[in-house]
Design a protein around this ligand. Sequence first.
Ligand SMILES: [Zn+2]
Length: 375
Amino acid sequence: MRKVLSILWIAIVFLVGCSHANTQLELDHRGYVIEKNLEYTSSQDEDAVVKNIILLIGDGMGANQVEVARQILLQEDEGFDFDKAEYKAEVITSCLDNYVTDSAAAATAFATGVKTNYETVGKDKDGNDLKTILDYAKEAGMKTGIITDKGLNDATPAAFSVHLNNRYLLQDTIPTQQIESGIDIFIGGGAATYIDYEEAIKAEGYDFITTKEGLFSTKADRILATYSSGRLMNHTTDVPTLAEMTNKAINVLAKNKKGFFLMVEAGQIDNRCGEGNIKEMAKSVQELDKALRVALNFARSNQETLVVVLADHETGGLILGDGEPDISWFTEETRYHTPVNVPLYAYGTRSSFFANKIIDNTEVFEILMEFLKLR
Ligand SMILES: [Zn+2]
């Protein structure tokens, strides 16, 4: 009898272990996670608790990028979850010393609430370190995570985790600053850089992961997973998708009773606009859309989660022309950033706050801080 019980116990432990480790997504034919929780009952009351925030950033994603992607994807019978936004707003993008911002200063505004200079991450104009929303969240016992499909040392993830007067100078200090930041999860590109820091990463208690399977199977609560040698994560079957990375992070972070803050960047929209490649740009928007579906699925079952999608700036001066979209639809001479306002989409708890507002990029920080009752 004792033997039977112990076998039964081993079987139970094994099954629980497997279900915990199994973070594979159930996908439909288009690669979208199959939605399980369609009922929204998230509260819009002023005193409603926002326990978790998932902030998704489309790098270079102006309103026209979203519209062109919508037209292309719907024509191809693909899904598009931006349309499910409950409330929409506009964000003013300029940085302190330039009307046209770069990704670093823009992400610093979201992360810290302070307008800073072009190419600066996590510091003010005088070079002082700025406290990020992740720092405040950690102090309140929340868990934190950063995801990108560019390098983890690129501008947006850096603005949420390090402090540098210029994102291109002292770049080799970015991994060191990140692993000493206390942030629980980093998933993104830049493996060629981060592999050199493997020992230091492990010494800080992170599970250092370089394979897709490793990410799916790890049971660690602190993860630094990194892929692809170049600046952009290659979208091959060997690396996780933005949606898979988002799903894994949510599974780990949501175990925390005091909530979490997760930033997810779809970084390649900016690059595809820079190349003038509209079809690939639409695919990059779709990667963000698939990650959004994962976030919404969680938000609906959790009911204490706010999901916000926005952009740091527009790239390329994209217009909506007639007929087939092509490179001539990008009107900015060098297909670089432009200063137009960018769209913000909000879903879930307290999302109605954003309805029809025009907000500065620094106000995003203030609003999210207030929702999380971090001050
Ligand atoms: Zn950018």
